[in-house]
Design a protein. Structure first.
Length: 700
């Protein structure tokens, strides 16, 4: 009986533990590990978007001349005069994705933008996109059919056979999975304006359920035809000047915008284990429907309140734990007051008067980007969480008089405000409500402090920083000057074509000369480990940041009248761009997928003085050799450093019992050196993508 009771007790304890683990998985926070976007106003990166917000810029402008809307829309409808449009919405490099020019013409530009944003989001997470082939990565993309297929008849013969796949909404997500070889769920979401936030909600649920290990979630909107302008004008819901004026007394209708945003998501525990940079955390989310409300397309206040409360419950926080909300805020006279009242009834209650909920909307800057609106709000909110600033909302003359602002503690962000750190993480909500009646709300949280690395090796080139300006800094009083020469470093670049390779070099140089300082070794590591290797390749080798930047200039700014650089097939850069020598090596190669193996040579490969330079210059090699020396010391009567340095009294390498363990130690240490530069022999397609996976040689 006693044994039986012991077994039952143990089984009960184990069952409770498994239950706790299962419950933890279903509510585990989801990490946002990277973001990519294109929005009006020349915004091509999240950093560009933050600059736009910090400057308080409005991106509404005239319709681009390449749309041809004055000829494609029949009479009887009003063609718009202004909106927030993407620059170069049709720009696309089909060869990069292995797509023929004819097929690219047949593809909805929304498909093209999703492909580019997805690739960038993966790269921004420090993952080589080619290594995800065969992985359980999901794609949750929001898109609305904007009528691009109807433009096809003018070139019907040229694009015949491609229009269906090029314009099917289901292929919006499927195309991304196909191009990257992803084998997780691929879902296209269309719930109108709430679609990308619904996609984010579905992606988070799939990650928690184990349906995928990584997930791309976002949305896109490019208006091929002016249909939404014309229809909303007929309904009296369009702003005459094309601008959204969220929650303002002057609100007079919505203004349309375009854009694409993509997030890469991972379970927080996986993101930490894999060494990702966590930008923010999705704590909770919820989706519901208006049901039989007061109109098919009319917003429903009680449903909005319910979805907010459900998202807070999913996040495990109270309304007073949230500091701000990025609102749907379209600027319509019907929708804004209903949304404001819902926020006042939820977030506005039980808050101290000196800590109101701060309310804003990105739509005042870039218009209503429809299927991309939710993810745009998320990207803005993540940037605000990281920068500790709540950007201001434009075009608010006074709060709308149609909402009862006295019923709760909610205030509009008519000016930018600092978002100081307190005794808990910063938190914000994001709302999206669709014309379909589908509502979504998410709760985002400031990223947790990164866990300290167990082994943080010093970079091989010390604290040298890349920057061309006077802001160059060092890491402390013992650090070397920013311009101090160091060990020669390689920067590896590649492209599908020779011109793409030059463009890559130009973009990298521009980023490094205008952006925040960075270590040359860090840049080299990232280029080697987080970028795909394409057919056209180059290596820039330099002993300091000036030499490396000059190498990029030589690679990116060839001119016909310049002499050929020695040892390369490229012209040198203009004289005013080159101030120090740099080696640039170019060539072509073949993209090969598969495993990388290091082969240790046998006896006979040794020579006197081997490994001396590595001992002096490579911390990774030196540390691993010291570990090997400690492991061997219990079995031999000599020391590794003494043998390698040829110290007096040390045995020479002619002895078999010496040379074999010495070669083993040198090869193991050399493998560690290559690992420190990004070579991972155990990195295979479908690997968990850890930044520092446990290589097989550590177990020798």
């Amino acid at each position: 009986m006693r044994d039986y009771l012991n077994r039952v007790t143990i089984d009960l304890r184990n069952t409770r533990q498994r239950l706790r683990e299962a419950e933890a998985r279903t509510s585990e926070p989801i990490a946002i590990v990277s973001m990519a976007c294109r929005f009006p106003g020349g915004v091509r990166t999240p950093e560009d978007l933050w600059d736009l917000l910090a400057d308080g810029r409005d991106t509404v402008a005239a319709v681009p001349g390449d749309r041809g809307w004055e000829t494609v829309w029949p009479s009887g409808g009003t063609v718009p005069g202004q909106g927030a449009f993407l620059e170069g919405a049709a720009d696309f490099d089909p060869e990069f994705f292995g797509i023929s020019p004819r097929e690219a013409v047949a593809m909805d530009p929304q498909q093209r933008l999703l492909l580019m944003a997805s690739w960038e989001a993966v790269e921004q997470a420090g993952i080589d996109p080619l290594t995800l082939r065969g992985s359980r990565t999901g794609v949750y993309a929001a898109a609305i059919d904007q009528g691009y297929a109807t433009l096809g008849p003018g070139a019907a013969e040229a694009v015949q056979g491609f229009l269906m796949t090029g314009n099917s909404m289901s292929v919006m997500s499927g195309r991304v999975s196909y191009a990257l070889g992803l084998e997780g769920p691929a879902v296209t979401v269309d719930t109108a304006c709430s679609a990308s936030l619904v996609a984010l909600h579905l992606a988070a649920r799939a990650l928690r359920a184990g349906e995928c290990s990584l997930a791309l979630a976002g949305g896109v909107s490019v208006m091929a035809l002016p249909a939404v302008f014309v229809e909303f004008s007929r309904q009296g819901a369009m702003s005459p000047d094309g601008r959204c004026k969220p929650f303002a007394a002057a609100a007079d209708g919505t203004g349309w915008g375009e854009g694409v945003g993509m997030l890469l998501l991972e379970r927080l525990s996986d993101a930490r284990r894999n060494g990702r940079t966590v930008l923010a955390v999705l704590r909770g989310s919820a989706v519901n429907q208006d049901g039989a409300s007061n109109g098919l397309t009319a917003p429903n206040g009680p449903s909005q309140q319910r979805v907010i409360r459900a998202a807070l419950a999913d996040a495990g926080v109270t309304a007073s734990d949230v500091d701000a909300v990025e609102a749907h805020g379209t600027g319509t006279t019907l929708g804004d007051p209903i949304e404001a009242d819902a926020l006042l009834a939820t977030y506005g209650q039980d808050r101290p008067a000196d800590r109101p909920l701060w309310l804003g909307s990105l739509k005042s800057n870039i218009g209503h980007t429809q299927a991309a609106a939710g993810v745009a709000g998320v990207i803005k909110t993540v940037l605000a969480l990281r920068n500790g600033v709540l950007p201001r909302t434009l075009h608010v003359d006074a709060p709308t008089p149609h909402a009862d602002w006295s019923s709760g503690a909610v205030e509009l962000l008519t000016e930018a405000r600092d978002w100081p750190a307190v005794d808990r993480p910063r938190r914000a909500g994001v709302s999206s409500f669709g014309m379909s009646g589908t509502n979504a709300h998410v709760v985002l949280e400031q990223a947790p402090e990164p866990e300290p690395a167990e082994h943080a090796p010093e970079p091989a080139d010390g604290p040298e920083m890349v920057t061309d300006g006077p802001e160059a800094q060092t890491d402390g009083p013992s650090a070397a000057p920013a311009d101090a020469p160091g060990t020669a470093l390689p920067w590896i670049l590649s492209g599908r074509t020779a011109s793409a390779l030059g463009d890559q070099a130009a973009r990298l140089r521009a980023r490094l000369t205008t952006g925040a300082p960075a270590r040359p070794a860090d840049i080299g590591f990232s280029l080697a480990t987080t970028r795909s290797a394409f057919e056209h390749r180059a290596v820039v080798i330099g002993g300091g940041h000036h030499a490396l930047l000059n190498g990029l200039a030589a690679l990116s700014a060839p001119a016909p009248d310049l002499p050929t650089a020695p040892g390369t097939d490229l012209p040198t850069a203009p004289a005013d761009a080159v101030t120090a020598p740099a080696d640039v090596v170019t060539g072509t190669g073949r993209v090969v997928e598969g495993r990388t193996a290091l082969v240790f040579p046998g006896q006979g490969s040794q020579w006197t003085g081997m490994a001396r330079d590595l001992l002096a210059t490579s911390p990774a090699f030196r540390d691993r050799l010291a570990a090997c020396d400690a492991a061997l010391s219990a079995h031999v009567d000599w020391r590794l450093p003494a043998v390698l340095e040829g110290a007096p009294g040390a045995p020479d390498l002619e002895r078999v019992d010496v040379v074999q363990p010495v070669l083993w130690a040198v090869m193991v240490s050399l493998a560690a050196h290559w690992e420190s530069w990004g070579v991972r022999p155990d990195a295979v397609v479908g690997h968990s993508q850890e930044r520092s996976p446990p290589p097989w040689w550590r177990e020798l």
